[in-house]
Design a protein around this ligand. Structure first.
Ligand SMILES: [Zn+2]
Length: 113
């Protein structure tokens, strides 16, 4: 199994699903589905808090509570994802092996495994 383009050796490759060989989608753990948006919200809240500390009289109480709540939710989702990680890796690996058609994002070269 090659994880790089045979033409330009780029690692930016995309799986291509075809009709006669339906791609087995990797099972994305629910914890990851929650974790990614939570991290973005947390970063946003932290950035807003920092700006309010610099330009205002400190972050408001609502913002502080929201930041703590989102932080706790992110931590819980992080722990759950950590537990799901071994299964997720196996699922991703079998997906990579099952997928037969790949496309390079750099040179648009398509090839079959
Ligand atoms: Zn290429």
């Amino acid at each position: 199994m090659q994880y790089q383009c045979p033409k330009c050796q780029s690692r930016k490759i995309l799986p291509v699903a075809s009709a006669n060989e339906p791609a087995v989608r990797p099972v994305v753990p629910k914890s990851l589905v929650f974790l990614i948006p939570l991290i973005f919200i947390l970063l946003l809240l932290v950035v807003i808090s920092i700006f309010m500390w610099i330009f205002g009289n400190g972050a408001g109480q609502t913002l502080q509570i929201a930041t703590v709540v989102i932080f706790l939710a992110t931590a819980i989702a992080g722990v759950l994802f950590w537990r799901d990680l071994p299964d997720f890796k196996i699922s991703m690996q079998s997906f990579m092996q099952a997928n037969k058609t790949w496309k390079c994002r750099d040179c648009s070269h398509e090839w079959h495994v």
